[in-house]
Design a protein around this ligand. Sequence first.
Ligand SMILES: [Zn+2]
Length: 266
Amino acid sequence: MVKRVAILTDLEGVAGVVSFLDQTFPDARYFDDAKRLLTKEVNAVVDGLLSAGVSDVLVMDFHGPGGIWFEDLHPRARLLHGRPLAPWPRLASVIAEYDAAAIVGQHAMAGVLTGNLSHTQSSRTIDSYVLNGRPIGETAQFALYCGELGVPVIFLSGDTDACHEADELIPGITTVAVKQGLGRGCAISLSAESARSALREGSAAAVERHRIRPIDPLRWDGPYVLEKRFYFVEDADNATRAAGVERVDARTVLLRGESIQDVIYR
Ligand SMILES: [Zn+2]
């Protein structure tokens, strides 16, 4: 039974949010409005989950500077937030207590042609992440991290390219596209109201689907090699200051590990 669900939230895959400079960077002039849009999408997902029999929802605010407008958060949800985020092993012990995970407001990985606000971790520095030869974005990072903890990701919302990425990665996942990317700074959004009703229905359906045909936690065979390619040489220089980071070429470094947790969020 799916009773406890953890929701990872991001800001760039929300209907009505289309600009880094004006909406998602912490000094953006419409940052607070963007946070309200995300929070209402999250609330719609919480409603959907509760209607499908989920009783405990933890919202994990993972947008870089934070993306939840606290006062508007669903009364039945709790919020994991604050920066710097707690170390990953401590977050892992929280996530491991949940039956399933969901992702709301996700964007496509860096370098996707039509992915609206596409990036991987840093929109200003990262060209690509490649894990064991396969390009990955933030969806794969989180799904693999949860997967190693035995927690399946059963739902994702974002732009069409983010949904496509999740569908390819996680067989059986339920996705809801709230906007169609036309470019990194341009998209066709559903109205806020339509997006929220699609999210309510989609998240409830995800729980039902998972009950009928359980989704496996995402696991890839190890050992793991994560290659990070930066836009600028100096960022690769900086990355090599951390222990265990190997230099591949001027703009590329790599990390090796026996477990996903060793490499995926380093
Ligand atoms: Zn993100």
